[in-house]
Design a protein around this ligand. Structure first.
Ligand code: ADP
Length: 392
């Protein structure tokens, strides 16, 4: 089945045309700077990349361009049998992917205050697709759905019950589609050897998920993606009273603190040079002490929260590294494993060096748990959901 996967943000729109039978990516691209000046579309098919400078005043024009580009490249638009939409926040409504109806759209908008930069744009794009291509079915794949049914002891916050109920406050988590894919592929590879898996999605945004027999038992992101690990520009977990302190004593506004904690903190703030782990690894190897400490903190937090995830399952048999840093940074995997040596985790130096797009085991035979690198593929997971819901 040919599925178009769309991942819309407030000023961007990523797309991928996938065949769910062969898993082939037929074309993909990104509309950038929608509604801002200097907008463009980067498109890629059959290994050829192109960049088009086009005016993208809004998402409607962007969607129209995507279909025009696909048509121009010779794809039969009528062969697209479904559109899968990544939805960042499914809130208190969605425990799984769903075929879009008017009711779905209304719910995506209703929970949008939890992720305003994403959900409104996503709902708009779904509406545009339904309007422009009424014969193609749409499916939403909420990133939070995988965590929806995690045990209450993990998802509930110790706040007054009336406040929690009124504002729907809980741990929603994120990266659910990636964590679900990691379970799907790892379990396919490892079979009965994997029951308790800790999925480490470590990119610019980063979260861990404890997955027991395919169910999310706990995750490190919270009401929003700010919680948990130290990320590219996010603080991760810090004492929430830091917010009151900065507000009352520092004189910062709530918006300033929001920006500081989401966009100016994490690796960027600690290293003083970059939010990109490659730059920090490089500088650390050249003796930059800030960067050396940044990396120490980064690895320590990952290991610490791996232990936290393990508690939710009373153990673990598998650890998977994925996403930009998890898939590519040999150093991160080696140093996290060193932190976890007291638990009997051992990785093989040579296997850890291998660079590949294939899933692979990197632990030693006598490691207490199997450690793997598994490239994530959220788009494929979304396309497979579309096929499940529309293809049969
Ligand atoms: P997101 O999807 O959250 O934007 P990614 O999963 O693309 O993030 O991850 C981005 C991070 O991955 C960056 O910090 C980048 O440095 C890191 N990364 C990408 N490639 C490599 C590499 N070859 N070696 C080390 N880190 C890498």
């Amino acid at each position: 089945m040919n599925v178009l996967v769309i991942n819309a943000g407030s000023s961007s729109l990523k797309y991928q045309l996938l065949d769910t039978t062969t898993h082939e990516v037929k074309a993909k691209g990104n509309c950038e700077r929608i509604g801002i000046n200097d907008s463009f579309i980067g498109h890629e098919e059959r290994g050829q990349k192109s960049k088009m400078d086009v005016e993208l005043p809004n998402h409607r024009v962007a969607v129209q361009y995507v279909f025009e580009i696909l048509k121009g490249a010779g794809f039969d638009i009528n062969s697209i049998e479904g559109i899968g939409h990544r939805v960042v926040q499914g809130g208190w409504y969605f425990s799984k992917s769903e075929v879009v109806t008017d009711d779905t759209l209304q719910k995506v908008r209703e929970v949008a205050p939890l992720a305003p930069l994403h959900n409104y744009a996503e709902a708009d794009v779904i509406e545009i697709c339904r309007d422009l291509f009424p014969s193609i079915g749409n499916v939403i794949v909420p990133d939070t759905a995988f965590h929806f049914n995690m045990p209450e002891k993990a998802s509930r916050y110790a706040l007054p019950r009336d406040v929690v109920d009124k504002y729907h406050i809980r741990k929603y988590g994120a990266h659910g589609t990636s964590h679900r894919y990691i379970w799907y592929l790892t379990h396919k590879l490892m079979g009965e050897k994997t029951h308790k898996l800790i999925s480490c999605h470590i990119g610019s945004g980063a979260s861990l998920c404890a997955i027991q027999d395919g169910k999310s038992m706990d995750t490190t992101m919270g009401l929003t993606p700010l919680d948990g690990l130290i990320m590219g520009t996010r603080t991760g977990t810090i004492d929430p009273a830091t917010v009151f302190y900065l507000y009352r004593v520092g004189g910062y506004s709530i918006d300033e603190i929001d920006t500081m904690m989401n966009k100016q903190s994490g690796l960027r703030a600690l290293s003083d040079i970059s939010s990109d782990s490659r730059d920090i690894e490089q500088a650390a190897s050249e003796g930059n002490e800030h960067c050396q400490m940044t990396l120490k903190m980064f690895y320590y937090r990952i290991a610490q929260l791996i232990a936290e995830m393990a508690q939710s399952m009373h153990g673990f048999d598998t650890i998977v590294f994925t996403a930009g840093i998890g898939e590519n940074s040999e150093l991160t995997r080696a140093e996290v494993a060193k932190e976890l040596a007291w638990l009997g985790i051992k990785i093989d130096v040579e296997k850890n060096k291998v660079r590949s797009d294939e899933p692979r085991i990197i632990s030693t035979d006598d490691s207490a748990a199997t450690v793997l690198v598994v490239p994530t593929n959220e788009e494929l997971m979304i396309a497979m959901d579309v096929e499940d819901l529309l293809g049969k």
